[in-house]
Design a protein around this ligand. Structure first.
Ligand code: AMP
Ligand code: MG
Length: 349
């Protein structure tokens, strides 16, 4: 389905505040089957009534999203998931520890949420966002709200209203501008199974934090490794090339010294390239670079990564280089996004 041009209203709401009039109208739009973009603590979401196949079909059309990539369902309170999921005690342990917050839990579906939303799967992903604007919107709508990231499919997820406007203006009914996203990387996704949890997508709720709630947490191979063509991923979104800038991206595996030598070499060669760098590396003379934050500051790196990838796109370079993040803590979430943006191209220094 091709998305037709529609009138998009942009409303500004302070990140910690509420604007009852605007939120009431946004709730009305959702109840009538329209599309509302809203800020969350992770990235901006593109919301529609999760009970309506027609409303959610508009999400896929607006984003150009493949039909077999399911949508996450957002709720105002963890217990709201009872309507459409078979919950377990482990879900409530996760909810107590991490909700509202940046985690999505996949559980068996009761069949209330249309197959179009779950991409034919018999499970549903549930998320209860902590962003006050997202929370007030969910309360105003009085519905579960299906919402993927509010970007055109394949583009980096949006962490500011400007990113959303660049991708979706004219394709959605309303965009709520609530300022820059705090975390900047999408939610951690876990699936509950008989043994415990499978981590399908790392995020701000880290593997170690999950271990505090559940003894058995396994990491899906697709979090770190490329998928073979035949492999059916547990989470269909994992098979798509994501977050990809237009120019090829390479991750640099090596220590600070080796990376610095590589940069000096590239500056001397005159290659039309851009480096995503740590703050500490920005002083190198002649270097064309964007800072993703201090080397040890993973929170800032998470917050800036997608904006840097969009800026790198706009720079019109032939090639982009970025440092390889560590595969632990919040570094695992950065690694997961960067390795896919790089289509697994790594240069060992
Ligand atoms: P996005 O909202 O754009 O961050 O994408 C949502 C992600 O959640 C995708 O990677 C989906 O594959 C995943 N997801 C949503 N629902 C399910 C589900 N029922 N089972 C497995 N993965 C899911
Ligand atoms: Mg997305």
């Amino acid at each position: 389905m091709i998305s037709e041009q529609i009138a998009t209203e942009i409303v500004k709401i302070s990140p910690d505040g509420r604007n009852d009039n605007a939120l009431r109208r946004a709730g009305d739009i959702l109840r009538r089957g329209g599309l509302v973009v809203f800020p969350t603590e992770t990235v901006y979401g593109l919301g529609a009534n999760a009970r309506s196949a027609d409303a959610c079909a508009r999400i896929f059309a607006a984003k150009g999203r493949p039909q077999d990539n399911p949508l996450i369902v957002h709720v105002a309170s963890p217990a709201d998931a009872e309507e459409f999921c078979f919950t377990t005690p482990l879900y409530y342990k996760l909810a107590e520890a991490f909700m509202p917050g940046p985690i999505t839990v996949i559980m068996p579906s009761r069949g209330v949420i249309p197959k179009e939303v779950t991409a034919g799967l018999d499970s549903v992903g549930v998320r209860c966002p902590s962003h006050p604007v997202a929370h007030h919107l969910l309360v105003a709508a009085g519905l579960p709200v299906a919402a993927p990231s509010a970007n055109l499919s394949g583009r980096p997820s949006p962490t500011s209203a400007d990113h959303v406007i660049a991708d979706l203006f004219g394709r959605v009914d309303m965009i709520i501008d609530g300022g820059d996203a705090d975390i900047g990387l999408e939610s951690t996704i876990v699936k509950i199974n008989e043994e415990g949890l499978i981590l399908l997508r790392p995020g701000a709720v880290t593997y170690d934090a999950l271990l505090c709630v559940c003894e058995k947490v396994s990491i899906a191979p697709a979090v770190t490794d490329p998928l073979s063509e035949e492999e059916r991923p547990l989470s269909p979104g994992m098979k798509y090339r994501h977050y990809a800038p237009k120019a090829p991206l390479f991750l640099l595996e090596g220590n600070d010294e080796a990376r610095r030598s590589f940069m000096i070499e590239k500056i001397a060669s005159g290659e039309n390239c851009l480096f995503l760098c740590y703050e500490e590396e920005m002083t190198l003379p002649g270097l064309k670079a964007l800072s993703i934050g201090k080397k040890s500051d993973f929170e800032t790196q998470g917050r800036r990564l997608f904006a840097c990838l969009r800026e790198a796109d706009a720079a019109g370079v032939q090639c982009i280089y970025a440092p390889m993040p560590p595969r632990s803590g919040m570094g695992l979430a950065l690694y997961n996004r960067l390795i896919r943006a790089a289509a697994h191209q790594v240069i060992s220094l």
